[in-house]
Design a protein around this ligand. Structure first.
Ligand SMILES: Nc1nc2c(ncn2[C@@H]2O[C@H](COP(=O)(O)OP(=O)(O)OP(=O)(O)O)[C@@H](O)[C@H]2O)c(=O)[nH]1
Length: 331
């Protein structure tokens, strides 16, 4: 029903009710007045008036608030009638009863409908807000280019989560990964191709780790992976990343296939060790991997601060002088 129609019906009822009241009322003798009912009706009326006042003050009127408004007006009419019933004789009685009941019943129907629709809309809005909040949280925690977790998430929620996790029962290990000679790649093929290569590497890291491990884009072409597992498992993960990375062709727009490699430093998160400390050691291990010729994995020694347990194993590029950037043509 359109709003103008609803309003016209309400006005018509109001007019009918007023005419009916003024044309047929007679005062009741004082001893026939039921004061208890009178007070109770007066209280209900005040309450309805209060609800009307609240309704009028609601900003941003919608169909639902208007429904409530009409419903409250009708209820008000019905109850005024009820109140007057206590002090005057309204005749004919059947008309009075009908008017009183119609006004109250239609009013309650309007209010129920309004509240029902209002609560459905409210529920839908709450669900939408929850979804938006989830989307915003996820957007603020992830790196827009790669879809991996970002540094903001690492430094805030992740460190808290890790601090709460029982490290004694669940060992964690850090892997720091860095693409080799990326600057040369950028200089040769341009930043756009560099971005594509970063995405390619991120995709490989995602494939190589389990869903409950954490993979971050730590800096430009630098990644951090935190796995739930010990050093041997971390080495397996690192070797898997390198293997997939080597075996996954990265083709440029020009048709060339790049063979840019990745170096990895590993450090277990020892019990009682600060995350930053472990991060520094993983970074030192990565530095060693670079120093030892790149394209390799180095584990940081957990006992002495400056030693590194493993020499480079997967080193395929001897030094920076020997064409560090392998680029082959696709046939
Ligand atoms: N395309 C692109 N390049 C970036 C991005 N972030 C950082 N870089 C570039 O990455 C390069 C990193 O250079 P370096 O830190 O010298 O690292 P590298 O050339 O890989 O040298 P090694 O790590 O020793 O192998 C710099 O030229 C940065 O400008 C990015 O989001 N996109």
């Amino acid at each position: 029903m359109r709003k103008t129609h609803q309003f016209s019906i309400l006005l018509a009822l109001l007019a009918l009710w007023t005419v009916h009241l003024f044309s047929s009322c007679q005062w009741l003798p004082a001893n026939e007045i039921n004061y208890f009912d009178l007070y109770s009706e007066a209280f209900i009326l005040l309450f309805i008036l209060f609800l009307l006042w609240v309704n009028i003050r609601v900003t941003g009127k919608t169909t639902q608030t208007l429904r409530l408004f009409y419903g409250l007006c009708l209820l008000f009419i019905g109850h005024v009638h009820d109140l007057l019933d206590e002090i005057i004789i309204i005749s004919p009685a059947y008309l009075s009863l009908i008017l009183e009941n119609i006004a109250s019943d239609v009013g309650i129907i309007f209010i129920t409908l309004g509240l029902f629709r209002w609560s459905s809309e409210y529920k839908a809005q709450v669900n939408l807000l929850k979804q938006q909040k989830l989307a915003l949280t996820s957007a603020s925690n992830t790196d827009s280019m790669t879809g991996l977790y970002n540094r903001r998430f690492l430094n805030s929620e992740f460190k808290q989560e890790l601090a709460q996790a029982d490290l004694l029962n669940a060992p964690h290990t850090l892997l720091m990964l860095d693409l080799d000679n990326f600057k040369k790649f950028n200089d040769r093929f341009g930043h756009l191709q560099g971005d594509i290569l970063i995405k390619h590497a991120a995709q490989i890291i995602k494939t190589a780790v389990r869903s409950d491990d954490y993979a971050f884009r730590y800096g430009g072409e630098e990644f951090l992976v935190v796995i739930q597992g010990d050093l041997p498992l971390a080495r397996q993960v690192a070797e898997r990343v390198q293997k997939i990375y080597r075996n996954t062709e990265h083709r440029l727009d020009t048709g060339e296939v790049t063979e840019i490699s990745v170096s990895i430093g590993i450090m277990p998160l020892l019990n009682g060790m600060e995350f930053e400390q472990a991060l520094n050691k993983a970074d030192q291990a990565l530095y060693q991997a670079k120093k030892q010729g790149k394209d390799c994995i180095v584990e940081a020694a957990t006992d002495s601060p400056s030693e590194f347990k493993t020499p480079c194993v997967g080193n395929t590029i001897a030094s920076d002088d020997i064409n560090p950037l392998h680029v082959g043509k696709v046939f």
